[in-house]
Design a protein around this ligand. Structure first.
Ligand code: IFM
Length: 464
């Protein structure tokens, strides 16, 4: 495992997926609360009302993180919890919750990584057009300023957005996620306004948080045609720029990928591209598997197909291709020339408590083992990977799949809220311990070499 001094092992979660307490202490509705209320949108009619009840149980969850031994925790802030209407009056109880969380993390020796947006837009802002309304860049900057003022003395790592390609494409383009819009113009407007909001928030955080370390969290993964049919190949070319480049390109290179430039052009105003491309400190990557794309009748003419039969898959059918992870890390290294933090990687599995009250999840262990080894290969080949965070700490609300897919290192019994460390949590704890020990051994060896060299130099000076 990486011996670098600063390598960070962590876990990630997001507000809507774990907090619950949706209607408590002044929190406003988010678009996901509204979406859950729509008949047939979420498997089994599940909602985020209680989720993992992390709002009340965060001390216990931090104790679990300590048991695993992580050095960092990436969580997201619920915009409607701190600003129930998205702008205007702040909700003190919501801010107090994040204050308490951050203090407890620091007391436990765990570095807090705060993401400003993991999909739970205040419904009040969606009522004004949401990401389609250009004014949202100002609202988002004000929201960032509020958090910088309140948490910036203790939180230094801020991410603006998590997976912007997913919430814009699924939420505004394909109509699969909240707010359920399927419209070409809406998609392109949303993409541009999210990028603009990113740049505005980076400025605010840079100005108001001393020693801030800032970035955004992107999906990047190879997109392969599901078959050799010409239409699937063409569909792959249409899909990949939305997935991989629509956000990193403007944010790092101040231009949209060529394939999207014309469609987004009507929404760009003078100065926008420079405002978007503000320098950041790291590249946040979420990666699970490659995509296999086929032609579709939807508005981008592309959808998800099946991988070739020889490709192994997880319990929920996601391809297992660790080499693609290694190659993606190297590709990011060469393209963006920034330190990389892997802020999501993991797998869902069919986890059940056994009679002894334990959860054996060998498939997750095998997946994590293969993917962390692939990361190690990328590091050896030169990729500047500085951290790795497992998705997720807890089994949680998996969007339209409700509670039917378990991604956690920790099993959650949603009826009783009992937490149980899975075998994979123990495996991850071992990995972290071993990496730390080998790092200490490497440090010691380096110190010994330096001491020997200094001794030899002194002896030479005396004999001269
Ligand atoms: O649960 C999600 C998360 O919110 C975003 N990235 C992928 C995870 C697994 O689907």
């Amino acid at each position: 495992m990486p011996a670098a001094d600063s390598f960070l092992w962590g876990v990630s979660t997001s507000s809507f997926q774990i907090e619950g307490a949706s209607h408590l202490d002044g929190r406003g509705d988010s678009i996901w609360d509204s979406y859950c209320r729509q008949q047939g949108r979420i498997k089994n009619g599940d909602t985020g009302d209680v989720a993992c009840d992390h709002y009340h149980r965060y001390p216990e969850d931090i104790a679990l993180m300590r048991d695993i031994g992580v050095g960092a925790y990436r969580f997201s802030i619920s915009w409607p919890r701190v600003l129930p209407r998205g702008r205007g009056a702040a909700n003190q109880a919501g801010l107090d919750f994040y204050d308490g969380l951050v203090d407890a993390l620091l007391a436990a020796g765990i570095e807090p990584w705060a993401c400003l947006y993991h999909w739970d837009l205040p419904q009040a802002l969606q009522d004004l057009g949401g990401w389609q309304n250009r004014d949202i860049a100002g609202w988002f900057a004000d929201y960032a300023a509020l958090l910088a003022r309140r948490l910036g003395d203790r939180v230094k790592r801020f991410a603006t957005f998590n997976e912007p390609c997913v919430f814009t494409l699924f939420g505004y383009g394909l109509g699969w996620n909240a707010p359920g819009i399927a419209d070409r113009g809406a998609l392109h407007q949303a993409i541009h306004h999210v990028n603009l909001s990113h740049g505005r928030a980076i400025d605010v955080l840079r100005q108001s948080v001393a020693n801030a370390s800032l970035g955004a969290i992107h999906n990047r993964q190879p997109c392969y045609p599901a078959t050799t049919r010409e239409e699937d190949v063409a569909a792959t070319w249409r899909f990949a720029p939305y997935w991989n480049d629509a956000f990193p390109y403007p944010q790092h290179f101040a231009h949209y990928p060529l394939e999207l430039a014309e469609a987004i052009e009507p929404y760009i105003k003078p100065g926008d591209m420079a405002q978007i491309a503000r320098p950041v400190d790291w590249f946040g990557l979420n990666h699970y598997s490659p995509h296999y794309i086929r032609a579709d009748v939807n508005l981008i003419g592309a959808g998800f197909g099946a991988p070739p039969v020889e490709v192994r898959r997880t319990a929920i059918g996601w391809p297992i291709v660790p080499d693609a992870f290694r190659d993606t890390l190297l590709d990011i290294h060469h393209r963006f020339r920034l330190p990389i933090y892997v802020l999501e990687n993991g797998t869902a599995a069919d986890d059940k408590l056994d009679e002894a009250g334990r959860v054996q999840d060998p498939a997750r262990i095998a997946y994590l083992d293969a993917y962390t080894r692939a990361m190690q290969e990328a590091i050896r080949a030169g990729a500047d990977v500085k951290g790795y965070f497992v998705w997720s700490l807890l089994d949680n609300f998996e969007w339209t799949s409700g509670y039917s897919q378990r991604f956690g290192l920790v099993h959650v019994d949603f009826a009783t809220q009992k937490r149980t460390l899975k075998a994979s949590a123990h495996w991850y704890a071992d990995l972290i311990r071993t990496a730390r020990t080998s790092r200490i051994a490497a440090d010691r060896a380096e110190r010994d070499t330096m001491t020997e060299r200094a001794g030899a130099a002194a002896a030479t000076a005396v004999s001269d």
